[in-house]
Design a protein around this ligand. Structure first.
Ligand code: PLP
Length: 405
C-alpha cells in the first residue's frame, strides 16, 4: 500500500482565503441586493502595461514563424531577461548581481515554496508572525515544522518572530539558533519596511551563525522612501548569506501572466556546496522555464515606456493606500503600512477579535477585508486591507467603513 506524505495531514483545515470566500459567499447569497467591495485578497486589478502587451504580441508573431519559433528555453531564463534584471533592478541601484545569479521562474510563490528542496529537513526555520502562509505551509509539508498546535495556532518546531506594534512590526533576532530565516519587506501582511540598519543586523547575524536569509521582496516596487533598501543585496555581507525572491506580479500586473525570479549569489555556500549550483540543479530537474512570450513581456517592463507605465500603476495603488490609511485613521483606527506598501494593517477597535471585525465590516459596510489572525497568532486584533482595488470603489469602501465606525 502506498504511503502518502503524512505531513499534509497535519495542515490545519481551512486555508485563510477559502474561509473568507465561504463567509463572503454565504453573506452574498443571503443578501443579493448588497454590492460588496473587496479590499481583501492581494490580486491586482490594473491591466498589464501597454509596453508589456506590445512585446508579448510581437513575441507571439515571432512564434508563428520558423525562424522566430522558440521551444524549450533555458531553465534559468533567457539571457535577455536576466541581463535586463541585473542591469535595472541591481546595477542601477549600485548592486553587483550577475545574470548567472538570477533564476527566472513562474512565480515567487513557487520559488519560496520550492527553495526548501535544497535544504535538509532538519534545519530550524524562523518565520515572522504574522506571515505570508506559504513559508509556513511549505515547511510543514516538508516535515520541518513539527506538529500544528491548534491551541496556540503555532507549529511546534518553527521559531516564530512576533511582529507587533511594540517592536514597530520589525522582528527581533531570535535567541534560539536558527538555520533558515524568512524575511519579507515590504511586509505582507503588515506593510512594514526594514531599514538598512535592521537588515545589516540580520546579515551580520546570518554570517556569524551560518544561517541563510530567504528574503522576499515581492513588493519592493512600492517603496517610496529613498532611505529604504529595495534588496537585501544592498547590504554589505548579504552575498554570503542571502537568497532573494522577486516577482513581476505586483510590480507590473503579472499575477495572471506569471513571471518572477530568484537571486542566489555565487559566493553563497553551505557545507562547501554552492547554493546557486544546487538551485540550478533543482530547477533543471523539475522546471522547464517560463514561456518565451512571457519573458519578452517581462523584459519590456525595463524599457523606458514600460518603466513609466509601471510607475503610473504603482502610483495608482499607492494613492489607494493613502486613501485607506488616512480614512481609517480619521475614523479612529490605529493604522500602519500603506506608505511603502500596498498593504494597510489596522488594529481592530476596542480589542475586537479580527474575525469579528471582519464579519462586522462584511455585514455592516459590505466591505471584504482579511482578518489578521489568518496570518498567525500575532495577527489577532488586526485586519489587512489592500490597495489593489479600483480607485473609486476604494474611496467608497473607506466611506462605508467610516460610517460604520
Ligand atoms: N511573496 C509574497 C509576500 C506575496 O504576498 C505573494 C503574493 O501574494 C507572493 C510572494 C507571490 O508572488 P507570485 O505571484 O510571483 O507567485
Amino acid at each position: 500500500m502506498v504511503r502518502i506524505n503524512a505531513n499534509f495531514n497535519k495542515l490545519p483545515g481551512s486555508y485563510l482565503f477559502s474561509e473568507i470566500a465561504r463567509r463572503v459567499a454565504a453573506y452574498g447569497e443571503a443578501n443579493p441586493d448588497r454590492t460588496l467591495i473587496r479590499l481583501g485578497i492581494g490580486d491586482v486589478t490594473r491591466p498589464l502595461p501597454a509596453a508589456v502587451t506590445a512585446a508579448m504580441h510581437k513575441a507571439v508573431d515571432e512564434m508563428a514563424t520558423a525562424q522566430g519559433f522558440h521551444g524549450y528555453g533555458p531553465e534559468q531564463g533567457y539571457d535577455f531577461l536576466r541581463q535586463a534584471i541585473a542591469q535595472h533592478d541591481y546595477k542601477a541601484r549600485g548592486v553587483d548581481i550577475q545574470p548567472n545569479e538570477i533564476f527566472v521562474s513562474d512565480g515567487a510563490k513557487s520559488d519560496c515554496g520550492n527553495i526548501g528542496d535544497i535544504f535538509g529537513t532538519d534545519n530550524v526555520v524562523a518565520v515572522c508572525d504574522p506571515v505570508y502562509p506559504v513559508y509556513v505551509d511549505t515547511n510543514a509539508m516538508a516535515g520541518r515544522a513539527g506538529d500544528y498546535d491548534a491551541a496556540t495556532g503555532r507549529w511546534t518546531n518553527l521559531i516564530y518572530m512576533p511582529c507587533v506594534a511594540a517592536n514597530g512590526f520589525s522582528p527581533a533576532i531570535p535567541a534560539e539558533k536558527v538555520d533558515l530565516i524568512y524575511l519579507c519587506f515590504p511586509n505582507n501582511p503588515t506593510g512594514a519596511v526594514a531599514t538598512r540598519a535592521q537588515l545589516k543586523a540580520w546579515v551580520d547575524h546570518a554570517n556569524a551563525t551560518g544561517a541563510v536569509i530567504l528574503y522576499d521582496s515581492a513588493y519592493e516596487a512600492f517603496i517610496t522612501d529613498p532611505a529604504i533598501p529595495h534588496s537585501i543585496f544592498e547590504i554589505e555581507g548579504a552575498r554570503t548569506c542571502a537568497i532573494e525572491f522577486r516577482s513581476f506580479s505586483k510590480t507590473a500586473g503579472f499575477t495572471g501572466t506569471r513571471c518572477a525570479y530568484t537571486v542566489i549569489p555565487k559566493e553563497l555556500e553551505r557545507e562547501g556546496t554552492s547554493l546557486n549550483s544546487l538551485w540550478n540543479r533543482r530547477q533543471c530537474t523539475k522546471f522547464n522555464g517560463v514561456p518565451y512570450v512571457v519573458q519578452r513581456g517581462a523584459e519590456a517592463v525595463y524599457r523606458p515606456e514600460g518603466r513609466a507605465q509601471v510607475r503610473e500603476t504603482i502610483q495608482y495603488y499607492l494613492n489607494n493606500a493613502k486613501i485607506i490609511r488616512d480614512g481609517l485613521a480619521a475614523a479612529g483606527l490605529t493604522v500602519s503600512g500603506g506608505e511603502n506598501s500596498p498593504y494597510i494593517w489596522a488594529a481592530t477597535p476596542d480589542g475586537m477579535g479580527s474575525w469579528d471585525f471582519f464579519d462586522k465590516l462584511l455585514r455592516e459596510a459590505n466591505v471584504v477585508t482579511t482578518p489578521g489572525a489568518g496570518f498567525g497568532p500575532s495577527g489577532e486584533g488586526y485586519i489587512r486591507l489592500t490597495a489593489f482595488g479600483e480607485a473609486e470603489a476604494t474611496r467608497q469602501a473607506v466611506e462605508r467603513i467610516k460610517a460604520v465606525l
